[in-house]
Design a protein around this ligand. Sequence first.
Ligand code: GDP
Length: 443
Amino acid sequence: MFDALAEKIQSAIGKIAKKGRIDEETLNKGLREIKLALLEADVNYKVVSDFIKDIKEKALGAKVTKGVTAVQQLVKIVHDELVKTLGEKAEPLNLKSKPSVILLIGLQGSGKTTTSAKLAKLLKKQGKKVLLTSVDIYRPAAMLQLKKLGEQISVPVFLEENEKDAAKIAEDALKKAKKEGYDVLIVDTAGRLHIDEEMLKEAKEIKERIHPDEVLFVSDAMTGQEAVNIAKAFDENVGMTGIVLTKLDSDARGGVALSVKGVTGKPIKFAGVGEKIDDFEPFYPDRVASRILGMGDVVSLVEKAQEVIDEEEALSMQEKLLSGEFTLEDFKKQLEMIQRMGPIKQLIKMIPGLSSQKMLKQLDKAIDDKKLKRIEAIINSMTPEERRNHAIINASRKRRIARGSGTSVKDVDALLKQFAQAKMMMKQMKKMQKKMAKKGGKF
Ligand code: GDP
């Protein structure tokens, strides 16, 4: 997510940091670089100009705060400006009516149907009784797709395959939702490959006939400024209450995320971050800003961790890790915890210090999820004693472990070496933590 933009902005700030002191010339140079980075990321020109102007004013007018370096202060200013550009705060859905109706609009392929199911699952998890419907009268395949997704997440899908009036299907779905006590009705509409009048007219008519509480425009983040123009057209012709930005997982630039609020005035409410149903989250401007600046996303990390990890277990593990006293048994437990939390590369991006682009590149080479599975298999093939004390693992034990785990002695050797290195790294991290605490920040 936003990797290319993050790399450039971090590099610009890094250069300013090297100077140690921020005078107007250094600031101007740095801001020019940030401006270029934003334009390359396909952010709307006016949004970029305002962004740079605001930062400059704030940076030059900022009073020096004790205990904070000028660069830290600048990072904070850039962070706040990013948050503002991304939409200030998370905007929850308005679900006060019963049933509440959510209408999804957007171009074909933007991710509407997938998003309908993702949203349905999210609301179902919150205890809501959800009904889905597709009013795409042009593509029977689209209705079928929603039906299948509904089955996957056990959410009923209302369909009228032979009805040729899209708004009528929406009305009938709403009647059913009312009659059967649903909390939320999600309506997936037909899109076209390009913006066209008929599509806008149809969306508008559906909207007028079912009075949705939310009209969410689904936008493909990969399509850049075009997506922002389309959002504007939909807003002007149909009207919307918010935006769902899909495919953020594949968007290295961030242009749409950073422009769409500024251009349409409408908030991004959700982000699609993968093809799977669970790859969906509320959009938190402050967390995204932190990620772009390589400050990690501690809040998301903590929340994710809380979902799957027992806090006490995690704390005792942390102590062990940092003391350098952990064994292969602990190493395995740690791996299990990490795997419960999801793909490791995504997690690392959330950890401050590890989330800078330079660090990520190094880690990318070293870590992948398949490797983790292999490591786990090797540790599983060890006896408890071997796990507690890896020093006893001699050549014949290595052969046995390799056989048991379907790996080679070389793999076992590599793991033992890696384990020793990890122990060392943990010790260094502890030292680094102390140092950072003294300095009070990353720079
Ligand atoms: P629709 O035509 O607007 O209903 O779009 P679909 O829901 O059929 O999605 C089009 C394609 O985008 C499908 O292949 C989806 O799997 C994919 N897609 C949707 N959302 C995301 C997302 O957040 N990330 C990624 N990587 N792919 C997505």
